[in-house]
Ligand binder design. Structure first.
Ligand SMILES: *Cc1c(COP(=O)(O)O)cnc(C)c1O
Length: 435
């Protein structure tokens, strides 16, 4: 199939004159796969349409928020109703309490919550709270986990578990990253070694309970509970960054799925119903250290924004529908199984590795197993690029990187799955040629 691209090419050229790289978030550029991204006109349900009028089945889902698909009717209605009453007051509202009640009811470890406007802000603030609460500065973070773009967490791969963080972006002061200690994902021994080497100094272990920003990497059996135990032994707080997993892998998040309770949790994406939002919450005794009750300062002009709160509340109501996650699991499983079959048919079944938890999955172009960033990095990104472009040409919209998740929404239909699996046959055949 061939796509029309003239309008997108022209629009993207214009965009690049005023927006750096033509985008407002670097993941949207096609740097890793080559070419020009389609410029989007609209998205409804499972479909996204560009300005050349090509329509694709969308597995980016806005990088996470669109679990109901796009422009879901109850969410649109809630936003419409909210905006007619003004979209920001700088004062308390009832709707933010309602969303707070819904979140604390859904996630047992969250007794109190504070809303912010992005996942980045949520993590940054949760870590400040952890530092303020413990009186310690250091934070353990896994290589390959993404926790937003704040200075302390833009730290890439070090050479080993106890390696002191080095900034991965110019502009991050060495000092800001010096208290970020790196460890490989799924490496419990590494966490233990760092905690022992830095007694009474580590405020928190910060982790994605399912890693969703190096493709999809699952926690091995006992890993999350092991982190919980180590944190308890060292009076260190455990922070689950559930910005992507929260309300995606289940209504109780990854912590509900795996049965491990963190002290603090960060949320974003889904809880804003596709509007800008973030939140952090956890044990009441810790949360009460936040201003205005406690001394740890954190604030936001648009925090708890009424339109975003209304969109989030409407989204969560849909997620509570009987059997919602069972249906999402069924269709996600169908896609994963079908994709694997397509890879086998293309003769590369043993050269790719599928990882999946519920409605988040990834096909790595490496035999695997993929358990951490190092094993994810062994992927053949050239093969991924060939696969990606064929999928796009065949009407399937994926994130333009090997290291992003493929996300499924409740709006995806059997017809979408058929189209996707037919595209996958061609895409894996294209990838096979360069493997
Ligand atoms: C997306 C994401 C963030 C950052 O959220 P933004 O809203 O983009 O700032 C943080 N942590 C995780 C795990 C994420 O997936």
């Amino acid at each position: 199939m061939s796509r029309r691209t003239e309008k997108s090419e022209t629009a993207f050229k214009q965009a690049s004159k005023v927006l750096v790289g033509g985008v407002n978030s670097p993941v949207r550029a096609f740097a890793a796969v080559g070419g020009t991204p389609p410029v989007i006109a609209k998205a409804i349900g499972s479909q996204i349409t560009d300005i050349d009028d090509n329509t694709y089945v969308d597995y980016v889902c806005g990088y996470g928020p669109a679990i109901l698909g796009h422009a879901s009717e109850p969410v649109v209605t809630a936003i419409n109703k909210a905006v007619r009453h003004g979209t920001t007051y700088g004062a308390p509202t009832e709707v933010e309490t309602k969303l707070g009640v819904a979140i604390t009811a859904a996630i047992e470890s969250i007794e109190m919550v504070r809303f912010v406007s992005s996942g980045t802000e949520a993590v940054m603030s949760a870590v400040r709270l952890a530092r303020g609460t413990t009186g310690r500065d250091k934070v353990i973070k896994c290589v390959g986990c993404y926790h937003g773009h704040s200075d302390s967490f833009l730290v890439a791969a070090g050479s080993g578990a106890a390696t002191l963080g080095t900034p991965s972006s110019p502009g991050v002061p060495t000092g800001a990253a010096a208290d970020t200690l790196l460890v490989d994902y799924n490496d419990l021994g590494g966490v233990e070694a760092i905690l022992k080497a830095n007694p009474q100094q580590v405020a928190a272990v910060l982790v994605e309970p399912v890693a969703g920003n190096m493709g999809v990497v699952l926690p091995e059996a006992g890993y999350l509970q092991g982190l919980r135990d180590l944190c308890d032994q060292h009076d260190t707080l455990l922070i689950f960054d559930e910005v992507i997993t929260g309300f995606r892998v289940g209504y109780g998040g990854a912590q509900g799925l795996y049965g491990v309770k963190p002290d603090l949790t960060t949320l974003g994406k889904i809880i804003g119903g596709c509007m800008p939002v973030g939140a952090f919450g956890g044990r009441a005794d810790i949360m009460q250290n936040l201003a205005p009750v406690g001394d740890v300062y954190q604030a936001g002009t648009l925090s708890g924004n009424p339109a975003a709160m209304a969109a989030g509340l409407a989204t969560l109501a849909e997620l509570r529908a009987e059997g919602f996650y069972d249906r999402l699991e069924a269709i996600s499983g169908q896609i994963a199984v079908g994709m694997q079959a397509a890879a086998i048919e293309a003769g590369i079944g043993d050269k790719v590795c599928f990882n999946r938890v519920g409605a988040m999955m990834c096909c790595f172009f490496t035999p695997g197993p993929v358990t951490d960033f190092a094993s994810a990095s062994r992927s053949n990104t050239q093969a991924h690029a060939a696969y990606f472009h064929t999928m796009l040409d065949e009407g399937v919209y994926l994130a333009p990187s090997q290291f992003e998740a493929m996300l499924v929404s409740s709006a995806h239909t059997d017809a979408d799955v058929d189209l996707t699996l037919n595209a996958a046959k061609l895409a894996f055949a294209a990838a096979a040629k360069v493997m």
